[in-house]
Design a protein around this ligand. Structure first.
Ligand code: FAD
Length: 292
């Protein structure tokens, strides 16, 4: 299936994002949770690459494993961090050989403690160059998703420049835009309108994270520059109880989901962090994903 095709049906599509576990126990747990997540009929899974300093080599292990378990398409994320063009090509060849269906093409973050991204010699500077490389070398073999930022990327000087740069990625051949997580749907709707005005005519897929405790919410908000709405912070802080915070976070993501579906989003990408219980509670009884 072509990546954009998931987002063409009448029903809201759904994808789950995983990350490569560092240990064998983590991998065993991931397998169990992937089986549970499959019961919700996602259209595809994705696996991150080197995010937060994690290992890059296990991304394709996860891709292979998840495909074997679910039979569903799986996307490998790929960043330009630390790789020459030749090394990126080698990774893409390996991704093709091991059955990755799609690529989430990213630049990646600057190293910790640094504000600016520095390309390695013989490497790439921006994600649009990675999209170009994939299309030049692999044609239409992979579907390509790129990242969009409803709250504007932290290094962008202003929202319009950030949108212009997003358009470069789409013009280079990206099939869909998947957004950074956000907690306030109005931020997404504004971004979606701005994309249309900027002539970005591919599906814009919101990214949603069901947060499960306040500390985690703050850590992720700082990392991704996603604003936590005051009401959500206040609600979570009413109690330190773990179950209470879990319910508040998951209910928030569930309300976001319902509202997004009502506002005709083509799909939703969930940052599930290799877990399944939050997703199960969030999605219970809702109708999205592939037809059962
Ligand atoms: P780019 O699109 O290259 O943009 C980076 C900055 O440069 C922006 O400010 C943009 O406005 C500007 N810019 C872009 N192109 C140009 C140009 N041609 N000329 C001038 N300026 C330009 N990180 C990981 O390490 N691993 C992952 O697996 C991962 N997965 C992600 C998945 C999603 C859905 C999202 C939203 C993010 C993910 N990230 C991941 C984080 C991502 O790597 C960071 O947000 C990173 O800082 C930017 O990556 P990008 O691909 O958006 O970069």
């Amino acid at each position: 299936t072509k990546l954009a095709d998931y987002f063409k049906g009448g029903r809201c599509a759904m994808s789950f994002e995983l990350f490569p576990p560092k240990t064998d126990e983590g991998m065993a747990l991931l397998e169990k949770n992937v089986e549970r997540l499959q019961a919700f009929h996602p259209n595809f899974f994705t696996c991150t690459y080197g995010a937060g300093g994690s290992t890059q080599s296990r991304t394709l292990d996860v891709v292979e494993k998840v495909k074997a378990i679910t039979g569903l398409p799986v996307a490998s994320h790929l960043t330009c961090v630390g790789s020459t063009v030749d090394q990126l090509r080698d990774y893409l060849k390996e991704a093709k050989r091991r059955g990755a269906d799609h690529i989430v093409a990213l630049r990646g973050d600057p190293p910790k403690g640094s504000e600016t991204f520095q390309a390695v010699e013989g490497g790439l500077r921006y994600a649009n160059e990675l999209v170009e490389l994939i299309r030049a070398d692999f044609g239409q073999h992979f579907g390509i998703a790129v990242a969009g930022y409803p709250e504007v990327h932290q290094e962008a000087p202003d929202p319009q420049t950030d949108l212009d740069n997003l358009k470069r990625k789409v013009d280079a051949g990206a099939d869909v835009v998947v957004t950074q997580l956000f907690y306030e749907n109005s931020d997404f709707y504004r971004f979606r309108d701005d994309c249309v005005k900027a002539g970005i005519n591919v599906p814009i897929v919101p990214g949603i994270l069901p947060v499960t405790n306040y500390k985690q919410a703050c850590r992720i908000a700082a990392m991704c520059k996603a604003r936590i709405p005051d009401e959500m912070a206040a609600a979570m802080n009413e109690s330190d109880d773990a179950d209470f915070q879990f319910n508040v976070g998951v209910d928030h993501a569930r309300r976001q989901t319902i509202d997004l579906i009502e506002n005709d989003v083509p799909g939703i990408h969930y940052y599930v962090l290799n877990k399944s219980s939050a997703a199960a509670q969030m999605l219970d009884g809702l109708s999205l994903g592939a037809d059962a």
